[in-house]
Ligand binder design. Structure first.
Ligand code: GLY
Length: 258
């Protein structure tokens, strides 16, 4: 099934080494290696049949390659978010021009302060959107998101997070009613109706796989998750994200798919 035609990514900047990190995966990113991994990521996306818009690196924002956070792009509208991390908040102003190339102004909405929202907290399941209430996404941001989605005939429900950075750090939808779940999401009542594939604790990072037009891109180094995704019948592509992982970033964080 072809669902996505377009992807937006942003090249990592040299300041990537100063990006926000929980320290869960120690070490500073190696910029040169991060660039090579980004090249491979773009190639993997192209193999999934999408065109890829590559935005230039922005040295003002160390985390700006995690382009999923400043926008949410849906079938019916685009939402420019209001990132809750102060050092990332300005990224929202830098994504607008790229979004305008694909969405007319009447279909673009904006999350306004005091609402905060980051795209990594939003998981699309058809026309329903699960949104994580996190350190980055607050109650008012979720209220505004719900109102905007309703205006375009879509729905939204909140998921409370306690352990992870973003909702999609720990749970990702692979279409066909299938979800990869790890940690605090394994027993969430709202996900019981899906076919849940439980990720072993030692491979929790790889809960962040992405489905792109019936191919699933899986991070390198997680054999149990790779085997589980293959068993589901998906074509897989493995991409090394080691340098982004040091900043708690994963495959979904690195692109907007729409
Ligand atoms: N380092 C990615 C983030 O914290 O948003």
């Amino acid at each position: 099934m072809k669902k996505f035609n377009h992807v937006i990514v942003r090249r990592p900047c040299r300041a990537l080494t100063e990006g926000i990190t929980s320290g869960l995966f120690p070490g500073k990113p190696n910029y040169e290696l991060a660039l090579k991994q980004h090249d491979a990521y773009i190639e993997a996306l192209k193999e999934c049949g999408v065109d890829v818009t590559v935005l230039p690196a922005d040295e003002r924002y160390p985390d700006s390659c995690f382009v999923e956070d400043p926008a949410l792009l849906t079938r019916a509208c685009a939402i420019i978010t209001n990132p809750g991390a102060p050092s990332r908040n300005g990224e929202k102003d830098e994504i607008i021009d790229a979004v305008r190339k694909f969405y007319p102004e009447e279909k673009i909405r904006y999350i306004q302060a005091p609402g905060t929202l980051e795209g990594g907290d939003v998981m699309m399941v058809g026309d329903h959107f699960y949104v994580g209430r996190s350190a980055r996404t607050n109650e008012e941001g979720i209220r505004q998101l719900t109102e905007i989605l309703a205006e375009f005939g879509m729905t939204c429900s909140e998921v409370h997070l306690e352990e992870v950075l973003h909702l999609k750090t720990g749970v990702n939808y692979l279409e066909n009613n299938i979800m990869l779940v790890s940690g605090e999401f394994v027993d969430k009542p709202e996900f019981m109706k899906y076919h849940r594939v439980q990720i072993p604790e030692e491979e929790a990072y790889a809960a962040n796989c992405i489905w792109v037009n019936d191919t699933v891109i899986v991070p390198e180094g997680y054999p149990a998750v790779l085997a589980a995704v293959k068993d589901l019948g998906y074509r897989t592509i493995v991409v090394d994200t080691s340098e982004y992982r040091k900043l708690d970033g994963g495959l979904s964080c690195l692109s907007l798919r729409f």
